[in-house]
Structures are given as structure tokens and as C-alpha cells.
Design a protein around this ligand. Structure first.
Ligand SMILES: Nc1ncnc2c1ncn2[C@@H]1O[C@H](COP(=O)(O)OP(=O)(O)O)[C@@H](O)[C@H]1O
Ligand SMILES: [Mg+2]
Length: 413
């Protein structure tokens, strides 16, 4: 369905922005704009989906959105060089051929942006309304917008078992007081990955089976969107009238409304990537402090945010990977289809030297692995990459440096 294709693209673009400092030099603004447009368009997709049964033009409109969402996702995938996509299944070779230079990707994004604007304009012509209007006409219940699905690809995950157990315990055991449990650590260390694992853990799913939601906050925190997203995931079925009212609610009203709904519940809400204390303050209004054993699980780069959210909970510091874990992740990322820690013997020494440069940061490892996975598994090819790394770093292990080098130089070499 077009709706989920757009949601998926919005999610991917969100991820890309997250890593913008490293990857999006030069095209950040364009990507940001593209994400906003796609997000806006999401609101209209429900109505379009309903109407496309009857109207050929609307059907066409929906398929155009779907295509553009896929294009957007492709361009972003290409640009950030995400590792999950680096595996053969998700990142076909055609993608690499497409990537001649960042300039080309920038142009591609601009073209997509123009397409999105055109499609958006044609909406009115086809009489496609926003989600609230559509519901009032159809007298239907507010259907759920697809939220960002927090699934983890288990086969690539290394470690995290102990961390998961500890965090699960924090969520399902202990005081009835509503607590905010935070995970802190630098970008790319694995906070979101760990949060997803915890969120999908059977003990957590069971304990919060009636009320569980995942919301992606990001640097560009928009509380109203976050509240809407949460509302879509919790048990609540508004009438047409109610849905219309909700549609018109401003941020604070929406927050109060969600607060009322959550008051009686034992809820778990994940707020992924909260950047600032102010953002937390705006979001916090929606979460009642009743003693129902409810939990908020935050991921953040800042200790301040964690302490602000709950001064009585000790922030959970996500650790860098150990040497053995780094190696395992590297083998899984660099060699497509490999889910072991075994690497061809002739590549082992070179691989180990390169992994060392990543200093245990999973993002650096998966980016490096993704890069190597696109090359032939020959010592000469790996040596080429290694020499470039070595020349750049001399003896240092600067993680930011490895990422920017990979993103900007090696990748396009
Ligand atoms: N334990 C792990 N095993 C495998 N891959 C991991 C692990 N932790 C993180 N990654 C990968 O590293 C990248 C960054 O992780 P992420 O959870 O997004 O970091 P953060 O949220 O802290 O910025 C992702 O591509 C993720 O899949
Ligand atoms: Mg994250």
C-alpha cells in the first residue's frame, strides 16, 4: 500500500538525517525538505486509499506517491551507505553503479523533491482530503497510520544479551512508580538497536501487552507528531466526531488528551533519540505519573536529558563493542550472507587491522563492512581500502574520521 511505502521512506530519511553530520554533507537541507513533504503527504494517503477503488485518477496518484517514496528511499540508501542494505539481499549491486558521486545523489534528491511537489499539488484536483476529513465522510473509525516498525534483523546483531536482560528487568520489575529509563551513548553506538531488542523482547511484550508504543523523536522534535504516532499504536478507537476533533488539536491539547488516555493504563512508550531537555519537557506532558508500573524508555546522546527525564533512575550507558564482538559484526557485514565470525584466511589479517580503526563503534564497523561487501573478496581489493585508511589515520583511531573518510572518499573513489 502506498501509505506504508511512504512511511518507510520517511523513516529511512529520518535515519539518514540522524547520521547527517557524517553522511549528508551538502544535501542535508534537500533531504530534510523531502522528508517534510513526504510526511505531509502521509496524511492524505488513507483517503486516497479509500477513494482509489472508485477513481482511476486517484489510483494513479497513489501509485505515483509509491514510486516517488521508493525513489527517495533508494537515493537515501545510496547516500548513507547503510549496512543493513549493504547485504546482498537488501542492497543490490545496481545501487553501487548508480553512485557515481555525492553530487549526483544531490541532484537525484532534488529531482525527487520536485516530483513530490507536483504530486502534492495534484491532490486537490483529485479531491483527496486529509485523514480527518476522509473519516468524517466515510464515518469510519480512525484507522492507524503505520508507525515506524521497530523490528531488528536478529541475524546481524552481536552481543546485547546482557544489556537486554538488564533493561527488560528495569521495565518489568521494580516500583509501580512511572519511571523513565534512559539509554545514553554517542551516535552510532547501538542505542536504537538495543531499544528495539528490548521493545520486542517477549517478557516486555507480555508485560505491556495492552499498551505499548514506539515513537521516533529525532533532532527535529515535533511533539504533536509524536503524540499522534503514539495514539495510533495504543488501544483507542475514536468515533468519526472524535477523530475530527483530534485532527484539530494543537500540541498541548493533544498532550492532555493522550495523558487522559494513558492514565488508567500500564504503558510502555519508547522515545527514540531525544536530543534536548526542552524536547523532553514538551513531550513529558503527555505521560501521566500514576503508579501503574508504566515505563518510558528513552534513547539519547545526552546524560542531561536522561537525568531530566528521571532523576531517580541511573542512565544506562551503552558500551562500545568488545574486540570479539567487533570482529563478529565486521565478518557479518563485510561478507554477504555470512552469519558467522569466520572470514577467508587470506583476508583475516587485513580485516583485523581495519576493524581496530573502528574502535568498537558498531556504526563504523557496519559502514566499513558494507563498503567491503561491495568489493570482490580479494586481498588486493581489501588492501586497497586498508591502505587508504592507513594513509588517512597514521596511528589514530578517530571514529568520526573513519566514517567521514568512508562516506566521502573511499566510497566514491
Ligand atoms: N550490537 C549490534 N550488533 C549489530 N549491529 C549493531 C549493533 N549495535 C548497533 N549496530 C548497527 O550499528 C548502526 C548504528 O546503531 P544504532 O542503534 O542506530 O545507533 P544509535 O541509535 O546509538 O545511533 C546500525 O546500523 C545498527 O544496525
Ligand atoms: Mg538511534
Amino acid at each position: 500500500m502506498a501509505e506504508s511505502a511512504v512511511s518507510f521512506a520517511v523513516e529511512r530519511i529520518g535515519d539518514a538525517l540522524l547520521q547527517k553530520a557524517i553522511f549528508l554533507k551538502g544535501v542535508h537541507e534537500q533531504v530534510d525538505r523531502m522528508q517534510r513533504e513526504l510526511k505531509r503527504m502521509q496524511c492524505f494517503l488513507k483517503d486516497a486509499d479509500a477513494k482509489q477503488q472508485e477513481d482511476e485518477r486517484v489510483r494513479h496518484w497513489v501509485s505515483e506517491i509509491r514510486d516517488v517514496a521508493y525513489d527517495a528511499e533508494d537515493a537515501i540508501d545510496a547516500f548513507i551507505f547503510n549496512v543493513e542494505s549493504g547485504r546482498t539481499k537488501f542492497f543490490p549491486c545496481r545501487m553501487f553503479k548508480k553512485l557515481v558521486s555525492s553530487c549526483k545523489v544531490g541532484k537525484e534528491i532534488e529531482a525527487i523533491q520536485i516530483k513530490i511537489q507536483d504530486i502534492s499539488k495534484s491532490r486537490e484536483t483529485y479531491g483527496i482530503n486529509s485523514i480527518g476529513e476522509a473519516i468524517s465522510q466515510a464515518g469510519q473509525r480512525l484507522q492507524k497510520l503505520r508507525y515506524i516498525s521497530p523490528l531488528v534483523k536478529e541475524e546481524i546483531i552481536v552481543g546485547l544479551k546482557e544489556d537486554t536482560d538488564k533493561l527488560v528487568e528495569e521495565l518489568v520489575k521494580g516500583d509501580e512508580r512511572r519511571r523513565a529509563v534512559s539509554m545514553v551513548g554517542m551516535g552510532g553506538i547501538g542505542k536504537t538497536t538495543l531499544a528495539k531488542k528490548v521493545y520486542n523482547d517477549s517478557r516486555v511484550m507480555d508485560h505491556f501487552r495492552f499498551c505499548r508504543a514506539w515513537a521516533y523523536v529525532s533532532q527535529d522534535c515535533r511533539p504533536r507528531d509524536v503524540f499522534q504516532n503514539i495514539l495510533n499504536q495504543i488501544p483507542y478507537n475514536p468515533t468519526g466526531d472524535e477523530a475530527r476533533k483530534i485532527e484539530k488539536m494543537q500540541e498541548h491539547e493533544f498532550g492532555d488528551f493522550l495523558h487522559e488516555l494513558l492514565k488508567e493504563q500500564r504503558f510502555l512508550v519508547v522515545l527514540d533519540d531525544v536530543w534536548e531537555s526542552d524536547d523532553w519537557e514538551r513531550l513529558a506532558k503527555a505521560f501521566p505519573k500514576e503508579s501503574n508500573g508504566s515505563r518510558l524508555l528513552l534513547t539519547t546522546r545526552k546524560n542531561d536529558v536522561a537525568l531530566q527525564a528521571d532523576a531517580q533512575s541511573v542512565p544506562y550507558e551503552v558500551q562500545l563493542l568488545s574486540e570479539a564482538e567487533s570482529w563478529k559484526l565486521f565478518c557479518r557485514s563485510a561478507i554477504p550472507g555470512n552469519f558467522t565470525e569466520i572470514c577467508p584466511p587470506e583476508l583475516k589479517e587485513l580485516g583485523e587491522k581495519m576493524v581496530k580503526k573502528c574502535a568498537g563503534l558498531p556504526l563504523a564497523i557496519v559502514v566499513l563492512g558494507g563498503l567491503l561487501s561491495s568489493k570482490k573478496q580479494l586481498p588486493t581489493m581489501w588492501e586497497e581500502v586498508f591502505n587508504k585508511l592507513r594513509a588517512h589515520f597514521a596511528e589514530s583511531n578517530g571514529v568520526d574520521a573513519i566514517l567521514s573518510l568512508i562516506a566521502n572518499r573511499l566510497f566514491y573513489a
